[in-house]
Design a binder for this molecule. Sequence first.
Ligand code: SF4
Length: 246
Amino acid sequence: MYVTLGDLRPMGKAAVWVLFGGCNWKCPYCYERDILDVASCKKSKKCRVVSVQQLVGAILQVKPKLVKIGGGEPTEQARQLEMFCTYLKSQGVAIQLHTNGSHPEVVGDLLSKHLVDMVSVDVKAPLDNERLYKKMTGGLGSPQPVRETIDIARDKAQMTEIVYPVIPGLNDKKGYVIAIAKDLYYCSIFTVQGFDKRRPSADEKLYRETDVPTREHLIELAKAARDAFTNVDSVRVISYKGEEEI
Ligand code: SF4
């Protein structure tokens, strides 16, 4: 399995992030362009090929209570992901899986086996807007499996987070977050995450020509979503000023 061991980053004292290399989508704004396919993983200094056992051994040395798994798209390596979660779960570690939602069957299988506690799903555009979804994902993504993943997660996971990445000029309209909140109507956490220019994006032109959204605009979007959801426990904003609950 390809992972970025550079991303065994302690989160506070209790959690670590592990990023699985490789993704089936090619979002132009993606910050992880170094690990989006096997060729770039091989070139990247951040990325290493390790066995599941090696990875688990390294993680357990940190004694985390929580492991957050992202990528890339971790569900693309379904067999390794299941082994990884099985080892960690046997050691009593809680698991948060962050996915683009393209493989509902993998998420459902992990949840049925009680191998994941919390699921975070990117929703990049209103789920009835196929055209915008394609644009946000480099022509490769589709909203249908995302909807299925969210339905499965809400049914089976302890917590379901919906993450809305805000890319100015592409999907930063208030109407879009309102449409998503009305359509999906409940989740544990809704997170509005602003475009971040601290790392280059996959598409260099987009990176050059797109500004980061202001904190004020992100808060406005988050408040609009909060008002439109029927039921949401927590609404968060991640801006260049950090994370905050609205
Ligand atoms: S789904 Fe998009 S943003 Fe997420 S890792 Fe893949 S290319 Fe990057």
